[in-house]
Design a protein around this ligand. Structure first.
Ligand code: NAP
Length: 250
């Protein structure tokens, strides 16, 4: 059986990735604080199982993934993929005005959780014959400095370096595991709504992002997810350590 674990499936890109994988007969395990009734009730070739978790809380994250790993160890696995998609863009605020609790939550969800989960994941499947695929969702913000996005740009840049480093380790260890980055570019999701609602004093480029919406420049999540899912379904085409972008396709 083919399985994929996807974080952040309650809405946005994660929900689309889960749905498209299920349509392609992949069984999906989804995680988020909220649920996704549509995926749970869907009548698709692949199944859906949801775990409610707050990725801010590392103890909860670790326990939840230990449960998922125990469940998966009972399954006859043919392939196993992990898509780390859950993230926050907030707090959008200049340095010097940051709320420490919000900053901590941001770093936990965007960077520490993927690091903790990757560590558990590679440890759990070390002695198996499975060649794992891990796809981490990044952002163009990793490569440019945007006023007010000091947290977001830093955690995405950290995720990029982390992914690249794990790829180097897996290559050297000759595990056959592949870890990649996927940049979805701008999409019409709640995250973009949060960006548009920022005050210009917190985010000087807010008008540019309002224009993306009014000028219909934000891609639909199903369209973006299709690019990643097509790549995931053709595992032999995936290069360990690669950076894939929706912009490579259109
Ligand atoms: N939207 C864009 O234009 C854009 C551009 C570049 C990159 N990206 C990246 O694409 C990915 C998906 O973004 P999106 O636009 O689909 O975001 P979104 O609509 O805001 O959805 C984010 C997902 O992450 C989950 N999540 C957030 N905090 C969580 C927590 N504490 N614990 C567990 N799950 C949590 C949310 O679920 P709950 O709230 O239910 O927990 C939700 O399912 C992110 O990595 C983002 O950085 C987005």
């Amino acid at each position: 059986m083919k399985y994929a674990v996807v974080t952040g499936t309650s809405k946005g890109l994660g929900a689309s990735i889960a749905k498209l994988l299920m349509e392609a007969s992949v069984n999906v395990i989804g995680l988020a604080r909220g649920k996704n009734q549509e995926l749970e009730n869907a009548n698709l070739p692949g199944s859906y199982k949801h775990y409610q978790v707050d990725l801010v809380d590392m103890e909860q994250t670790e326990k939840t993934f230990e449960n998922i790993i125990s469940f998966l160890k009972e399954q006859p696995l043919e392939s196993l993929q992990l898509v780390q998609n859950a993230a926050l863009v907030t707090p959008i605020e200049q340095v010097g005005k940051q709320d420490i609790a919000k900053l901590t939550a941001h770093v936990h969800v965007n960077l520490l959780a993927p690091m903790v989960v990757s560590n558990l994941w590679l440890d759990a499947w070390r002695d198996s014959n499975l060649s794992l695929v891990i796809a981490n969702i990044t952002s163009g913000a990793a490569n440019r400095s945007v006023y007010g996005w000091n947290a977001y740009g830093s955690t995405k840049a950290g995720l990029d370096r982390y992914t690249d480093t794990v790829a180097v380790e897996q290559e050297k260890l000759e595990t056959g595991n592949k870890i990649i980055l996927f940049d979805p570019s701008i999409m019409d999701t709640d995250m973009q709504g949060e960006i548009r609602s920022a005050d210009p004093s917190q985010f000087v480029d807010v008008d540019q992002f309002k224009n993306y919406k009014t000028e219909d420049k934000l891609r639909d999540t199903d369209v973006v997810a299709k690019v990643l899912v097509e790549r995931l379904l053709d595992e032999s085409s995936i290069q360990n350590g690669e950076y894939y972008s929706v912009k490579d396709v259109f």
